[in-house]
Design a protein around this ligand. Sequence first.
Ligand code: PSU
Ligand code: MN
Length: 301
Amino acid sequence: MINEYLDINPEVAAALERGEPVVALESTIIAHGMPYPKNVETALRVHRVIRENGAVSATIGIIGGRIKVGLTDEEIEYMGMAHEVIKVSRRDLPFVLARGGDGATTVAGTMIAASMAGIRVFVTGGIGGVHRGAAESFDISADLEEMKNTDVVVVCAGVKSVLDIGKTLEYMETSGIPVISYGTGEFPAFYSRRSGYQTEYAMETPEEIARLIRLKYDLGLKGGVLVACPIPEEDEIPLDKIESIIQLALDECETKGITGKRVTPFLLDRVQQLTEGMSLEANIRLVLNNAMLGARIAAAL
Ligand code: PSU
Ligand code: MN
């Protein structure tokens, strides 16, 4: 029984029962994606934005070997400060539960738990993807496999150019994952509105997106839908401005021999340090912006 391992926050459970809009949020972005205390501040602000836009938010994480769907403010604070929180993707999940430990769920981990709880929309900053140099390293995020298999809509600001955006888009095409860009024909690159890659499907309203999602599942097509929402113009860092910093971070990552699940947190942290907080500010803004869209899609569904 799945529910044996799942604790659904009563407010979230009530909303799900009544068929009201619920939006899932991940905890890796809190524990491994942003520094304290901005991580906790941002997580709480995201909650408020989702509420203001008519949905209930459910931050997902693992505490004491239990999957928590809808962390309390205190639990979010704990996640943001604790140093022993394991980054939990699909392969890590049984391990952390068996050990009774704490875990921050990635996009993949959060999709799994959201789907178990019956939540269909999930908002984050950026998803994992195909890393640059993947032909040699084989480093392809388990997030993409999860998008292929698990029926959850993921709203993000595209993928960071620490990844190979072109290969990530090809991978999603192979996997049959619909990629929608919101209000633009171009796939956004997280800090930047532009990536140089076009998407096939641009959509202008949450209702239009909700219609596509309903259709996909009516047809019995399994897997996720990726909604890419570009960072607001006034908050963006143009691609050419961030590229040299990303290159530096990638070089350091290679020199230090960092591999596996440590690559992404290392790169995020280095880019934040090298931009002296500018990238962190952009990261916060884009998550808040995604939360607004995610809540509206959930409401339209
Ligand atoms: N990309 C970001 N910010 C993040 C992450 C990715 O711009 O915080 C996190 C997400 O939790 C994502 C994870 O699921 O990193 C991907 O890790 P990996 O590349 O090891 O699969
Ligand atoms: Mn990886």
